[in-house]
Design a protein around this ligand. Structure first.
Ligand code: ADP
Length: 366
């Protein structure tokens, strides 16, 4: 069993806090992605799990053993970096088997393990080539192969795809997912790219300023963000935010935006929000896909409003529209056939069934 547990883990570089006390439980066979903006502490966290950084305080447990004082080579982990650091003078086979040869694993077993990993990665044909005869994606696979042959307790990935071009990155993302489905090794993966995080992870850990903001499945984070930070970080284009106040009139609540636009709050949210009625320190959140063109079958809690479009971005299957709504820039996603045109007025539909209300001071989603 290869669970990884972090108890109140802290890392300070001299006086600067990089990781400020995080707790995290990673289950055996789980694929967990640490994601967050640059400098939030995700690489430091990964490097502490690997043993490449000392921890200032707290405890790290791998497979039931506290590893705080265990050197990296004895932690039974394998790390894949963004610069794959293959040995240029060695063949793919030699690169992949290097670690096993150092450990004096018998020759037959080495061959068997390398060939099995090569099959998983679909690089059996490349074992005699040198790294310079490989494409970027193939090199990435060899780097993964080197990790797989060691059959470690845990794989650690540090932004492994950031050197690849956009198309290859998407392709390798799928490859990594397939490999994990085959080998099922517990994996901790670091990226700043929320799409990569969402597509790969069983669970995503969103970090911000040295702390964990939220841990959840991709769908939990997307549909039920607990903070404004997570709401804004997960999803592209990002969730729209407009400062607002909440008003109550004859038992019903409504959102009032600074320029006078008003949206009714769905009746089933009344209980949840009522105690915030009268508050002016709130933020209204709505994802772009819940701002669409109007259509014939308008459902309850969908409210039409008129804007002047500033920019339109045709994406093929949809058109992104940008406009000002009471002082905030807002993005919507409309049907390409809806005739959206920059500079022109358009009637849009806000689907308030999917609205979020956020406390302006604490940043907590209500
Ligand atoms: P991320 O991987 O999320 O971009 P890091 O974990 O690399 O962030 O860094 C977290 C914080 O710690 C940043 O403020 C960074 O500047 C600082 N930091 C990272 N490594 C060092 C180091 N070796 N010495 C001093 N500060 C560091």
């Amino acid at each position: 069993m290869s669970q990884v547990t972090l108890h109140k883990v802290v890392k300070n570089y001299d006086e600067t806090p990089a990781v400020r006390g995080i707790d995290l439980d990673i289950a055996d066979k789980e694929f967990v992605v640490l994601v967050g903006p640059s400098g939030c502490g995700k690489s430091t966290t990964l490097r502490m799990i690997a043993g490449l950084e000392d921890i200032t305080d707290g405890e790290i447990v791998i497979g039931g053993d506290v590893v705080n004082d265990v050197p990296p080579k004895d932690r039974d982990i394998a790390m894949v970096f963004q610069n794959y650091a293959l040995y240029p003078h060695m063949t793919v086979f030699e690169n992949m088997s290097f670690g096993l040869r150092l450990k004096r694993v018998p020759k037959d077993e080495i061959r068997q393990r390398v060939e099995s990993a090569a099959r998983i990665l679909d690089i059996s044909e490349l074992l005699d080539r040198k790294p310079k005869q490989l494409s970027g994606g193939q090199r990435q696979r060899v780097a993964m192969g080197r990790a797989i042959v060691r059959d470690p307790k845990v794989f650690l990935f540090d932004e492994p795809l950031s050197n690849l071009d956009a198309k290859l990155r998407v392709q390798m993302r799928t490859e990594i997912k397939k490999v994990h489905q085959k080998v099922r090794t517990t994996t901790v993966y670091v990226t700043h790219d929320q799409v990569e995080a969402m597509t790969l992870a069983d669970r995503v850990v969103v970090m911000n300023a040295g702390l964990i903001e939220q841990v959840g499945t991709p769908n939990e984070l997307y549909h039920h963000p607990r903070t404004r930070f997570v709401a804004g970080f997960i999803g592209s284009p990002a969730m729209n935010f407009v400062p607002c106040r909440l008003e109550e009139a004859s038992g019903a609540l409504r959102i009032l935006l600074p320029g006078g636009h008003a949206f009714p709050v769905p009746a089933e949210r009344t209980e949840r929000y009522r105690r915030h009625a009268g508050s002016a320190d709130l933020v209204f959140g709505l994802r772009p896909e819940h701002v669409t063109e109007t259509h014939r079958n308008v459902e309850p809690n969908q409210e039409a409003f008129e804007v002047t479009l500033e920019v339109t971005e045709p994406m093929g299957m949809e058109t992104l529209v940008y406009f000002q709504l009471d002082g905030a820039e807002v993005c919507g996603r409309v049907n390409p056939a809806a005739g959206a045109e920059a500079g022109q007025p358009m009637t849009l539909l806000a689907d308030l069934n999917h609205m979020h209300l956020i406390d302006g001071t604490s940043g907590l989603v209500l």
